[in-house]
Design a protein around this ligand. Structure first.
Ligand SMILES: [Zn+2]
Length: 687
């Protein structure tokens, strides 16, 4: 598992017809009679006069009452979420732009018989061929499941499912050993649930009871589509089994604790811990030969193996049938695609419509031949100047973090030395990777299902072959077309794909305050992940080990708990609050990230005040730049699901991190009595 990768934002799902909010470039100057060259036009920000969309503000709201609404209220009121999206904001607008650009790339390749990406794209677009084949392409796999006769054969099939990209009772793969980051190891984690979180099986809060009913109904429909009889009762039996699995599963908070989930054991120990599942057969089928491995949630493994041993084989088989249809729903006939979307898209996230076929074809090709698409994309859409400008920004924010560490009053001097060594060790990865994968599997124009199956198997086997090899440090977990950013603890790396290095995050022609408030804070956020509640446990070499004094740990815990309380208090729907502990790492990322970006911005001013632009001071523009990138409207179902599954707080509450900064109070004259006001003692300061 890539457990120790933190993202800037989750679920920035692809799609929609809206385009990014960019202005058209001004027309070129007309030639004049005089042979004097006209002065070059002043560079112009792509949004507004300085990089911020003032028309999206709601100035009727006081910044101190709701800074998100002040900066973004008119945008929020006037922005509809497209029918094929669960949410819409700045991330999604840029993701749409990536999708449109990728479509143009793929359109130009789809008639080229030698092009692999062209063949993959064409195979997805050929809807008539997919409908004509029906379930025939997946039947051989479904028949293997139906023909299962023994529990040993079940473990073999679970291993095969992992290769095929079908979720099983256990997940995980090869990754860096947390305590020896230059060595690969197999890490396995709990799985076996079709709903996104254990709480949805066990609790009656929010809309969970309704989701459970819809889930059983969905499984029954999938079994019926597979041609199975007596589907309702069989779906209920799967639900009963998954509810038992939910009871023994760890919470997201526990599963997110790097120390708790580091449990190295031999395969022999695993067999003693979790009898009832044929581990040898499972690992062998996955091509994994090891003596030792990491088991994330030992008690859950014991529980799930026992449940698997007790559950009648037909129920285990039915769960695999349903999971297989859901995993391949996008490449099967519309009846299957639509049923899978009705549950996962509409019921769980409120999205009324699936994306049109061309968008899904773009996503399919990008997901499975990522680097083949990326190579073309970055030459067309990632100017080298952006990389150079980003390198300067990153260096300035890293320096600001270093100064912050020097000035901390709660950290021991010897720990500060190590913390600064870690800050200096960061590798920043900007735009696109240094090397590309070579996809050696067959891509056929007339075999969409087979293309996905072979892609999944290739990805699995590529991962498995890493055991015993040096670390592939060039490998990214994000593609350049993705609007996101990433911190990787074991690589001590921060990653910024090309697609996020665009307005409103980053615009070389915008006012620096906007760039520092936007991408500067994103950079600070990613760096700060390396010092969040989990990232801080890793040293300058990316190893999980105790490098703090006990007093440092105690002080950090106490300060973090204040932030937990601040976020726990945000009630989004009656009875449904932000989970302060679950979102802590991201909130520390925002708290420290904005702080560092602000410091870096002020540092560039050399003690001067920035000019006032359109009536806004430099500090005001900095915080508006931060607020602007979080413009996002959610469908209710999506936001409810996110409260349980997304380690990031909702966009409004992320924006409100500003209430912890004295400079924000000064910039907007925030006063006691206003809703976001905190006394100086209540403001959380960690880094
Ligand atoms: Zn993050």
């Amino acid at each position: 598992m890539n457990r120790w990768i933190a993202l800037l934002a989750a679920g920035t799902a692809l799609s929609s017809c809206a385009t990014a909010p960019v202005e058209v470039a001004p027309p070129a100057a007309q030639p004049t009679a005089e042979p004097v060259a006209p002065p070059p036009p002043a560079p112009k920000a792509q949004i507004g006069t300085f990089g911020f969309d003032e028309s999206g503000m709601n100035r009727a709201v006081q910044p101190g009452d709701d800074f998100y609404q002040f900066a973004n209220g008119t945008w929020a009121k006037n922005t509809q979420i497209p029918a094929d999206k669960s949410n819409f904001g700045m991330f999604t607008a840029l993701q749409d732009l990536s999708q449109q650009r990728t479509r143009e790339i793929l359109d130009s390749t789809k008639d080229d018989p030698a092009s692999k990406i062209g063949a993959a794209y064409a195979s997805f677009l050929d809807e008539a061929a997919v409908e004509a084949k029906g379930l025939a392409p997946i039947e051989p796999w479904l028949n293997e499941i139906r023909g299962l006769k023994s529990r040993s054969a079940y473990a073999v099939l679970q291993g095969q499912a992992a290769r095929n990209g079908v979720p099983g009772l256990f997940g995980g793969n090869v990754g860096q050993d947390d305590r020896q980051s230059d060595v690969y190891i197999v890490g396995l984690g709990q799985a076996g649930l079709g709903l996104p979180d254990r709480d949805m099986y066990l609790l009656n809060e929010s809309n969970f009871a309704e989701i459970r009913t819809a889930y059983v109904d969905h499984m029954a429909k999938m079994l019926t589509l597979a041609g199975e009889a007596n589907a309702a009762a069989r779906a209920k039996a799967i639900m009963d089994m998954e509810t038992r699995i939910a009871r023994v599963s760890w919470t997201r908070e526990d599963s997110g604790d790097a120390t708790k989930i580091y449990n190295k054991m031999t395969v022999a120990q695993l067999k003693r811990l979790a009898p009832g599942f044929d581990w040898d057969s499972y690992l062998k089928t996955r091509g994994i030969t090891v003596n030792e491995l990491l088991i994330a949630q030992p008690s859950a493994f014991k529980g799930i193996a026992a449940i698997a041993a007790r559950t009648p084989l037909p129920v285990l088989k039915d769960q695999m049938l349903v999971n297989s249809l859901d995993a391949f729903a996008d490449v099967l006939p519309n009846a299957v695609t639509a049923e899978s979307f009705a549950f996962f898209g509409t019921k769980l996230n409120g999205t009324p419509q699936n994306q049109p076929r061309w968008k899904r074809a773009v996503d399919f090709t990008t997901a499975n031949l990522t680097d083949e698409v990326s190579k073309i994309y970055v030459t067309k859409y990632f100017p080298p100047e952006s990389k150079a400008a980003m390198e300067t920004l990153v260096a300035n924010v890293v320096s600001a973090i270093g100064r912050r560490i020097d000035n901390l009053n709660w950290m021991a001097p010897e720990t500060k030395v190590k913390a600064k060594a870690k800050a200096n060790a960061f590798k920043s990865r900007i735009g696109y990777p240094d090397e590309w994968h070579n996809y050696t599997y067959d891509v056929r124009r007339d075999d969409l299902f087979g293309n996905l199956l072979r892609a999944n198997q290739w990805a699995h086997d590529w991962n498995a072959q890493k055991l015993g090899k040096p670390i592939y440090r060039w490998e990214w977990g994000l593609d350049p077309m993705t609007v996101n950013a990433q911190a990787n603890f074991q690589l001590v790396a921060i990653t910024f794909p090309a697609a996020i290095l665009q307005p409103p995050f980053f615009d070389p022609n915008a006012d620096p305050a906007i760039n520092y408030g936007g991408i500067g804070s994103v950079i600070g956020h990613e760096i700060s992940h390396h010092f969040d509640d989990q990232g801080a446990k890793y040293d300058a070499s990316g190893n999980l080990r105790d490098w703090w004094t006990p007093a440092d740990v105690a002080a950090f815990k106490r300060l973090s708990q204040e932030l937990v309380k601040q976020y726990d208090a945000y009630e989004i729907f009656p009875g449904a609050n932000v989970k302060g502990e679950f979102t802590l790492g991201e909130n520390i990322g925002d708290l420290a990230g904005v702080t560092a970006a602000y410091d870096a911005y002020r540092h560039t001013l050399n003690g001067q005040e920035a000019p006032v632009i359109d009536g806004f001071t430099g500090d005001q523009r900095f915080y508006l730049g931060w607020a602007q990138v979080w413009r996002r409207n959610y469908r209710e179902a999506n936001l409810r699901t996110r409260l349980v599954t997304d380690p990031h707080a909702p966009s409004t509450q992320r924006t409100w991190i500003t209430r912890n900064f004295d400079s924000w109070y000064n910039a907007f004259n925030v006063q006691p009595g206003q809703k976001l006001y905190l006394t100086p003692e209540q403001r959380v300061r960690i880094w």
